[in-house]
Ligand binder design. Structure first.
Ligand code: HEC
Length: 172
C-alpha cells in the first residue's frame, strides 16, 4: 500500500510536472526524486500521444484485470472453436458481452474521456454477436464476429491510454 502510494505520487508529480516543464525546468521540487522514474514517465507520456483516460489507481487496476481477462476470453473462443465446442464459445463470449453491470462499469471508467464509453459499449455489443453465431452453430459467423470484436479491441487501444490520477474531475 505504502509503495503503491509512493509510486503513484511519482506518477502524479510527473503529471503536475508535465505542464510545468513547458515553462520551468523539471525537478525544481525540494523532494529528491526516486531514481529517474519521473523523467522516464514524462518521456513516455510525450511519446505516447493517445488520449488519456483518467482513472483512480483502483479503477486502473480493475480495468487492466478486466483487459487481461478479455484476452483470455479470446483465447478460449479460439480454442473452443477449434474443437467445434459452440457451447464453450458462447460461454466464453458471455464474459465480454453486454450487461447492465458491464455498461455501468464502462460508463464509470470512461467518464473522464469523451468517446471511451461509446467505444466500450459498441465493443460489448459486437461481442454479443459471437454468442448469437455460436448458438446458431455458425462457425463462419463466429469467426466474422470475433474478427470485428478484435477490431474493437485494437481500435480502442489505438485511441486511448490509461492515466492514473489522484482524484477525478468534479463532474464525475
Ligand atoms: C473501449 C476501450 C477498450 C476496448 C474495447 C478494449 N480495451 Fe484493452 N485496454 C484499454 C486501455 C485504455 C488499456 C490500457 C492501455 C494503456 O494504458 O497503455 C487496455 C489494456 C489492455 C491490455 C493490457 C493489460 C495489462 O495488464 O497491461 C490487454 C491485454 C487488453 N487491453 C486486451 C484487450 C482485449 C483482448 C480486448 C478485446 C477483446 C480489449 N482489450 C478491448 C481499452 C480497451
Amino acid at each position: 500500500m505504502k509503495t503503491e502510494s509512493i509510486l503513484l505520487g511519482a506518477v502524479l508529480g510527473l503529471n503536475a510536472c508535465r505542464s510545468a516543464t513547458e515553462t520551468a525546468p523539471a525537478r525544481a521540487s525540494a523532494e529528491p526524486p526516486r531514481a529517474d522514474a519521473p523523467s522516464a514517465q514524462a518521456t513516455l507520456a510525450e511519446l505516447d500521444r493517445r488520449t488519456p483516460v483518467p482513472l483512480l489507481p483502483m479503477m486502473a487496476h480493475h480495468q487492466k484485470e478486466n483487459m487481461r481477462d478479455h484476452l483470455v476470453v479470446v483465447q478460449e473462443i479460439v480454442t473452443s472453436l477449434g474443437e467445434d465446442d459452440f457451447d464453450g464459445v458462447a460461454r466464453a463470449a458471455r464474459r465480454i458481452g453486454s450487461s447492465p453491470q458491464m455498461n455501468a462499469m464502462c460508463s464509470h471508467l470512461g467518464a473522464g474521456a469523451p468517446g471511451f464509453t461509446e467505444q466500450a459499449l459498441a465493443f460489448h455489443r459486437v461481442a454479443d454477436e459471437i454468442g448469437s453465431a455460436a448458438r446458431a452453430r455458425d462457425q463462419a459467423g463466429v469467426l466474422s464476429a470475433l474478427g470485428r470484436t478484435i477490431g474493437a479491441c485494437t481500435g480502442c487501444h489505438a485511441t486511448f491510454k490509461q492515466e492514473v490520477v489522484p482524484e477525478l474531475a468534479e463532474h464525475h
